[in-house]
Design a protein around this ligand. Sequence first.
Ligand SMILES: CC(C)(COP(=O)(O)OP(=O)(O)OC[C@H]1O[C@@H](n2cnc3c(N)ncnc32)[C@H](O)[C@@H]1OP(=O)(O)O)[C@@H](O)C(=O)NCCC(=O)NCCS
Length: 341
Amino acid sequence: MSSRINHRKFFLFLLLAQFSRAFVTINVARPSPTCRPTSDVPRRSRTSTNDRLYVIPLSKFSDSMTFLSKEVGDEYRCCIDSNGRFWNNDDDRYYELGIVEEQDLPQLCKFVVATFGADAISLSTNMNNLERMLLNPAAEFLNGYSNLVAFAEVYSGTRQRILDRIQHNNNILPPSLDGLSPQEKITKAERDSLILILSRPNAYASNQELDIIATIELRLQPCDAKIPFSIPWLDRVERRMGSMIGLGADRGASDLQPYLSNLCVSDKYRGQKIGRALVRCVENITRTCWKYNRIYLHVDEDNIAALKLYQSEGYRDVGHRWNPFWSGRAADIGYFVKTLS
Ligand SMILES: CC(C)(COP(=O)(O)OP(=O)(O)OC[C@H]1O[C@@H](n2cnc3c(N)ncnc32)[C@H](O)[C@@H]1OP(=O)(O)O)[C@@H](O)C(=O)NCCC(=O)NCCS
């Protein structure tokens, strides 16, 4: 009897550990030294005010895209100048657009959690019915530590998504998918996001602390009108089931397309066209550097600010939605696409 109970407890423990692991990577606080960037790309911005940045300035890549060029013009870039800078009128110092490095991740994740709010990220709210059913025991337990979990979740997820990029020449090029099988392409793309931030060194901190005021992410992912599960294997199972029974879009999951996500601007700096500028910047990279002519995104239909921004930039509803009965609230999310000229 007691051994049966122990087995049951052990099984429950394994189950919880497995699902918790999907969200919170154990080595969250210990970034691996092997993930340090090795490229010959300049690591820091050598300017008088920004010389403590780890961030790689976007201006280093002006040959691979046109966003910062004269032909694009100041009006299109909104508040960003041709050096990739946003000048803050309050103190006459600038924030610079750049690619995030591994060392900047803790600051970035703090910013994302603070801007989106821990509640939006904590485990049980963002899940669909199936995830909720599978994960609720672990989620209930972990949600007691909402902020910590939100940070750990964002940190480990973000780090996973840029792992390949920071290991191999952190730059703005698209993931290299030549010669890979469809499944290998998806796995590679999942670890090769490009994350831009608008930031500058904190004027008062003695260490290399960053003030981040905005961020945006670009990656390749299957775009069959389905928001990905936060658990990759479950995502794969659902997509496979979907394609077998004819749910989702016509194209298969192997059709990877550029996907814009995680746009956020600090409260204090909203309404100054930073959001619009970042969307345009990522679109420009997609078109001129990644050589794709479509870009996808999803947005909560009650997020009026974001919805208006995307619609005014020409994004249109894809018109079909991955909406199986188990998708729950995930089906309330608007799924948009824009054709880039
Ligand atoms: C959505 C968000 C990124 C917009 O950033 P922003 O820099 O303030 O936006 P911009 O100043 O570039 O505004 C561009 C357009 O968006 C729309 N918009 C922005 N804020 C708005 C608001 N509060 N209400 C209605 N529309 C708004 C307007 O159409 C605006 O154009 P206009 O100034 O010509 O009227 C910002 O509000 C934010 O970070 N929100 C929290 C995170 C989030 O929800 N991200 C989106 C995830 S999909």
